[in-house]
Design a protein around this ligand. Structure first.
Ligand code: NAD
Length: 519
């Protein structure tokens, strides 16, 4: 790929990129609408109840039919993963790393085809789909560099005598469960799996029902790279059934969950009831941005628009609250309304579309409910607020990007909405902006627009968020990239305290063994 894509890539005006993506959109059509089994120990079990996934772009496009795994499938996958775990650890980190690097190359070679499938499946714009894929390729390579730089996490310790050798060895837990959400269906199924596999765990993935195709594509790439059957298993189906059974299973040794706060909290509180096990939960956000009077307002506008409306607001890092110092409030709001009104909404297969559909009909209902709350609760829709049903859009789930004001006690300011709606209000200055920003159960990402060094220092010191951005036009609160910004939440947004794509991430998949040998 001539152009390196990240989530900070500002526009898709590269002809080669567009042509490759558009060719892939046609080429992959024959891969849509197929029936897929669950994958247990290399076996594709197809004789199961199937559920259908249709594209959010157009309900007439059948993305695929997927097997509803049974609890027996869960048991079998965990059993096979347990049996293979010692052999996988014995492979050694160099061999596992080399396999991951092979997989990265295979994924990169197929990046346009898999991205096109992802756009059909999730409705992502081409840059968002390519970003999700390129991020995954980078996870393979970044984590491979990490384990290499740490020499497989084997660290010599001091000794009390000449006959004594002491070593700290980080070793895998065993069988790791990965539960992933719909919105980054490759990066968030693959990222934790790569971390767990590379460090020597075997892995069971339970993807979101919307997003299952990407988990199966991940498996295909790993299979092509030569991953042994026992190392990775994919169980599609309803979370409340098999996700519940899998995470509470005695032989699952650790869990990475990425998804909503209620499900994450439930798993955190119950999954290790019967036996201790690490449960890492990366959850929601209600991500605030402060704009002070010293800010470049054009930059702030661009950052807020990309942060609030990228992937139709369906990012855990989406910008959802904006606190603007009174003296620049009206000017910023005018610019924001103007920029929002110019956003192109439509099929990701149109080059001009910045914003695609919402994932499903239920989310459109959530959008309508939020708009009603603003109107009936004393707020104002400054721009947007409508469901789009013109022409072909009627076959998908398209809505307008929306900017609102609302009283501060409205749930618009507190609940994670996961829709393209951002609320704006005036504040007296940075102090009040920080207090309001932190007044939430969440602590994922946050943004500041300011050119005042004292304000910037104060904000970095006081903002309660795992990912903090100052003056970022590419996304006021969104668009973290491996080895550029580690990505993980504080407070109700995350439990691991070590962001994905960051220097401390792999640690959570290993437990320390201290080895003393006296000769
Ligand atoms: P979700 O919580 O509805 O589902 C996430 C996954 O959990 C799915 O695979 C689902 O099937 C499974 N699940 C549901 N109930 C379960 C149970 N009882 N036991 C085990 N598994 C169960 O989330 P979603 O709608 O797919 O994704 C959106 C949410 O994810 C948002 O809240 C967003 O903020 C969050 N998210 C967080 C991050 C992050 O890194 N912090 C990243 C992306 C998305």
């Amino acid at each position: 790929m001539a152009l390196k894509i990240t989530y900070a890539t500002m526009s898709a005006d590269n002809e080669e990129l567009n042509a490759s993506f558009e060719k892939a959109v046609v080429d992959v059509q024959s891969r849509l609408g197929q029936s897929h089994g669950v994958i247990v120990n290399g076996e594709h079990r197809r004789d199961r109840d199937l559920y259908e996934e249709v594209s959010p772009i157009d309900r007439d496009i059948l993305v695929g039919r997927y097997a509803q795994a049974t609890n027996d499938d869960v048991d079998d996958a965990i059993s096979a993963a347990s049996v293979f775990a010692p052999e996988w650890e014995a492979w050694g980190w160099e061999a596992r790393r080399d396999l991951m690097l092979t997989a990265a190359d295979i994924m990169e070679e197929q990046i346009f085809e898999i991205s096109a499938l992802m756009s059909y499946e999730i409705g992502k714009s081409r840059l968002e789909s390519l970003g999700d894929m390129a991020e995954t390729v980078e996870f393979f390579r970044y984590y491979a560099r990490q384990i290499t730089d740490h020499d497989g996490f084997v660290t010599p310790l001091n000794s009390l005598g000449a006959t004594e050798t002491n070593t700290s060895v980080l070793r895998p837990y065993g069988v790791w469960a990965v539960i992933s959400p719909f919105n980054f269906p490759m990066a968030l199924a693959a990222g934790p799996s790569i971390g767990a596999l590379l460090t020597g765990n075997t892995v069971i993935v339970k993807p979101s029902n919307t997003g299952a195709l990407m988990a199966l594509e991940f498996y295909r790439v790993m299979d092509e790279a030569g991953l042994p059957d026992g190392a990775l298993h994919i169980l599609t189906g309803a979370g409340v059934v098999i996700g519940e059974h899998m995470t509470h299973h005695d032989d699952v040794d650790g869990i990475t969950f990425t998804g909503s706060y209620p499900v994450g909290m439930h798993l955190l509180q119950t999954a290790s009831e019967k036996r201790p096990k690490p449960v890492s939960c990366e959850m929601g956000g209600k991500n605030p941005v402060i704009v002070t009077r010293s800010a470049d307002l054009d930059l702030a506008t661009q950052g807020i628009v990309r942060g609030a409306f990228g992937l139709s607001g369906q990012k855990c890092s989406a910008t959802s609250r904006v606190y603007v110092e009174h003296s620049v409030h009206d000017e910023l709001v005018d610019k924001l309304v103007d920029a929002t009104a110019r956003i192109q909404v439509g099929s990701p297969f149109d080059r001009s579309s910045f914003m695609g559909p919402l994932i499903e009909r239920g989310v459109v209902t959530r959008f309508e409910k939020a708009v009603d709350e603003v109107r009936s609760g004393g707020g104002t829709i400054l721009v947007g607020g409508n469901v789009l049903t013109d022409g072909d859009l009627t076959r998908g789930h398209f809505v307008e990007p929306t900017v609102v004001t609302a009283p501060l006690d409205s749930w618009i300011w507190s609940e994670e909405l996961f829709i393209p709606l951002v609320a704006v209000t005036g504040v007296s200055g940075l102090e009040e902006g920080i207090a309001l920003s932190n007044d939430t159960e969440f602590g994922l990402t946050a943004g500041l627009f300011s050119t005042d060094e004292r304000e910037i220092d104060k904000w970095f010191g006081e903002i309660e968020a795992g990912v903090a951005y100052v003056n970022r036009a590419a996304g006021a609160t969104t668009g973290a990239w491996p080895d550029i910004q580690s990505f993980g939440g504080w407070k109700g947004s995350g439990t691991s305290g070590a962001g994905g794509g960051g220097p401390w991430y792999l640690r959570q998949y290993m437990r320390e063994q201290s080895r003393t040998l006296i000769r």
